[in-house]
Design a protein around this ligand. Structure first.
Ligand SMILES: [Zn+2]
Ligand SMILES: [Zn+2]
Length: 285
C-alpha cells in the first residue's frame, strides 16, 4: 500500500485536487450562496497565481515534502506509531485524526500570535469567499505550516498512507468548505456533525472579530465543539454578513498578487489577533 501511494502520490493528489475544484466551481455557478462583490476573473487569476507560486516554492524548498519526512521517520523508527505495534488501519485512522487536530491548533495559533496573524491575514483579507479562497495563503504561512506538519510527523510516526490521506482530505475539504455553494440546510446540519461545511467556515471569514475567532476547523468539526470555539451561524446571516477584515477593504489591495505578498509587512496588527482580545461578554467585539 505504502509503495503504491508513494509511486502514485503526485497523480492521486493532482487528480483529486482538479476533480474537487471543478465540482465546486460548477456547483458555485449553479447554486451560489452569496453574490460575489469583486470581479471574479481578477480574483481567481490572483488567488490561483498565489497557489501556483506556493506550489513551486514548496517543491523547491521541501522537495520530498511531508511523505518524504514520514518515510524517513519510518526508516529511523521515529515517532509514536513507529514504536507501537498498532494495527495498520488504527494507526492510519488515528494519525489522520491527530494530524487534523494539529492543524486546528496551528490555525488557532495563527490567530493568536500577532506576527503569525499578519501572515494569516492574507487568507482573511479575501473580500469574497469561494473555492479559490480555500487555497489562498501567504507563501510564508505555507512554509511555516509545512515545518509544523514535519514536526508533528516526526513525533507521531504516521504510516505513509495516512499522510497522503490526510493531505488529500484536507485539500479537498478546504475547497469544499470555502466554496460559495448553497447546501440544503437539513443536509448542512447533518454534514457538520462530522465535517466543516461552507456555512460553518464562512462564519470564520466574517469581519466581526468574535466570529473570525471561531470555527477554526478545516476538516473535522469536532475540534471547535471540543475546544469551545464553535459558532453555528453569523449574526448578520450568510447573505447579509461582510466577508474580510476591516483594515483591508480596498479591492485592488485585497486581490492583486504582489500586494498580497507584501500585506503581512504593512499596517498595524488590529484587534483580530486573539492576544489583543478584550475579554468581556462573549458577543462583545
Ligand atoms: Zn483563520
Ligand atoms: Zn478560511
Amino acid at each position: 500500500m505504502d509503495n503504491f501511494v508513494s509511486t502514485h502520490e503526485a497523480s492521486i493528489r493532482l487528480g483529486i485536487f482538479f476533480g474537487v475544484f471543478a465540482i465546486m466551481a460548477i456547483w458555485e455557478l449553479l447554486a451560489p450562496r452569496r453574490e460575489l462583490t469583486q470581479p471574479k476573473s481578477t480574483r481567481w487569476l490572483n488567488n490561483i497565481g498565489l497557489v501556483v507560486l506556493n506550489t513551486v516554492v514548496v517543491r523547491i524548498i521541501f522537495p520530498t515534502a511531508a511523505v518524504g519526512v514520514a518515510a524517513h521517520a519510518a526508516q529511523q523508527q521515529w515517532g509514536l506509531f513507529n514504536q507501537l505495534d498498532t494495527p495498520g488501519w488504527l494507526a492510519v485512522l488515528a494519525s489522520v485524526i491527530i494530524l487534523d487536530g494539529v492543524i486546528y491548533l496551528q490555525h488557532v495559533m495563527f490567530h493568536a500570535v500577532p506576527a503569525f496573524w499578519r501572515l494569516h491575514r492574507v487568507h482573511h483579507a479575501d473580500l469574497d469567499f469561494d473555492v479559490t479562497t480555500g487555497s489562498r495563503f501567504h507563501t510564508l504561512e505555507i512554509l511555516l505550516s509545512m515545518l509544523i506538519k514535519f514536526a508533528a510527523i516526526v513525533l507521531l510516526g504516521p504510516p505513509l498512507v495516512a499522510v497522503v490521506i490526510f493531505e488529500v482530505l484536507l485539500n479537498a475539504t478546504a475547497m469544499f468548505n470555502h466554496s460559495n455553494v448553497r447546501l440544503p440546510l437539513p443536509l448542512d446540519r447533518v454534514i457538520r456533525l462530522l465535517i466543516v461545511t461552507p456555512d460553518m467556515h464562512r462564519v470564520h471569514h466574517s469581519h466581526l472579530a468574535h466570529e473570525t475567532n471561531s470555527n477554526f476547523g478545516f476538516n473535522l468539526s469536532i475540534w471547535d465543539r471540543l475546544f469551545g470555539t464553535y459558532r453555528a451561524q453569523p449574526q448578520d446571516g450568510h447573505t447579509g454578513m461582510t466577508i474580510g477584515i476591516d483594515s483591508f477593504r480596498d479591492g485592488a489591495q485585497c486581490t492583486q498578487l504582489p500586494r498580497l505578498l507584501i500585506m503581512p509587512f504593512i499596517g498595524k496588527i488590529n484587534d483580530y489577533a486573539i492576544s489583543s482580545r478584550r475579554w468581556g461578554k462573549p458577543d462583545e467585539s
